[in-house]
Design a protein around this ligand. Structure first.
Ligand code: ATP
Length: 136
């Protein structure tokens, strides 16, 4: 079994889609291990997106993820990292396949509702950063 860090970004909260998105993860069979509503500052955004801080798309992404509360959670299940990324769909909501969270509910490359850790190493780093009480 595996754990992954998921964010329901501020667009999910603002649009009233927390229940809709969470229910997809729950229906799939993933378990919620930790969950918290957080309104992060720019420093926390930079820490989370450390690999993107120099990219052109980062400043508006930082503004977006700090624009309102988000829901951070840890999900657990068999191959949870890959399963969550498959449920999330491609980064760009306009191109994401129907049936995925982004494909069904987002029409944006930036405001794409969800984040999921992309590897075991990033899951470990992100879980330690968001939920230090869970770190091994
Ligand atoms: P995440 O890491 O959030 O699960 P991802 O792995 O699909 O998404 P990344 O390439 O890691 O996508 O980009 C991180 C986030 O940055 C994206 O989810 C999106 O919100 C934003 N983003 C990425 N590329 C662009 C872009 N070209 N224009 C605007 N926003 C972007």
């Amino acid at each position: 079994t595996q754990r992954t860090l998921v964010l329901l970004k501020p667009d999910t909260v603002r649009r009233g889609l927390v229940g809709e998105v969470l229910s997809r993860f729950e229906a799939k069979g993933l378990s919620i291990v930790a969950m918290e509503l957080r309104h992060i500052d720019a420093g926390k955004a930079d820490e989370h997106y450390a690999e993107h801080v120099e990219r052109d798309f980062y400043p508006p992404l930082r503004d977006f993820v700090t624009s309102g509360p988000l829901v951070a959670l840890v999900l657990e299940g068999d191959e949870a990292i890959e399963v969550v990324r498959a449920l999330n769909g491609a980064t760009d909501g306009r191109k994401a396949a129907p049936g995925t969270i982004r494909g069904d509910l987002s029409l944006s490359n930036r405001e794409n509702l969800v984040h999921g850790s992309d590897s075991p190493d990033s899951a470990a780093r992100e879980i330690a950063m968001w939920f230090p009480q869970l770190a091994l």
